[in-house]
Design a protein around this ligand. Structure first.
Ligand SMILES: C[S@@+](CC[C@H](N)C(=O)[O-])C[C@H]1O[C@@H](n2cnc3c(N)ncnc32)[C@H](O)[C@@H]1O
Length: 200
């Protein structure tokens, strides 16, 4: 099996990559997390989805490709330059709400419907407001994070943040975890029905 033979790349993806280079956006989500998100989202018709860290919209393009017409997604970034670009590309899709806001503030103020899948690709909802974000996931819903494998450009002490986050997720009895040394290092966590990780 050749896992890089990904055949269903979103049509808009190459244009977004060119735009990323033009504006020197250095944090693009890769096609591996993209294809995983698309597959997961396809399992959730009529879903309510959340992305923290819109960036230039690379992962958003994949997520939209996995969504049916009845599903909706809210995506948040605190950089207006990036949300404007995302609005240019995706603003006409009625399923998308692009919000320019600080993710921490947004999470703390949100009191709407819970989510079928959250892709947390910014500091908030990952290294801060973790309990709040996990509470916002429906039973059977997914919490997805990437960038868990060490990189040479990580700031000093970031490994400790990652270790703490992994340990915390492992300690939660209401989530089943799959840790993948694939892409940039992915954790897929699914909220369980009964708060138990299973019978042993
Ligand atoms: C890893 S990038 C996201 C990449 C994006 N998923 C994509 O495919 O292009 C992280 C993003 O989080 C945003 N960000 C950083 N701090 C944030 C905050 N406090 N609230 C909201 N967004 C934040 C950055 O502007 C950046 O675009």
């Amino acid at each position: 099996m050749n896992d890089s033979n990904i055949l269903d790349i979103p049509i808009i993806y190459s244009e977004l990559l060119i735009r990323s280079k033009e504006i020197e956006f250095r944090m693009p989500s890769d096609i591996y997390i993209g294809t995983l998100l698309k597959s997961l989202i396809t399992s959730k018709p009529n879903s309510n989805l959340l992305e923290l860290g819109t960036g230039i919209g690379l992962s958003l393009a994949w997520m939209l490709d996995g969504m049916d017409k009845e599903s909706k997604i809210t995506t948040i970034d605190n950089d207006p330059k990036l949300t404007e670009i995302a609005i240019d590309y995706f603003g006409e899709d009625e399923r998308v709400k692009i919000v320019c806001a600080d993710g921490s503030e947004w999470i703390k103020n949100y009191n709407g419907e819970k989510f079928d899948l959250i892709f947390a690709d910014a500091w908030p909802g990952k290294y801060s407001e973790i309990d709040e974000i996990l509470d916002l996931i429906k039973v059977g819903g997914f919490y997805v994070i990437d960038d868990m494998l060490a990189r040479p450009n990580w700031p000093e002490n970031h490994q400790e943040n990652v270790n703490n986050l992994v340990a915390y997720l492992e300690s939660r009895h209401d989530f089943n975890l799959t840790k993948m040394n694939w892409s940039t290092g992915i954790i897929l966590a699914t909220k369980s029905n009964d708060g138990n990780k299973g019978f042993h």
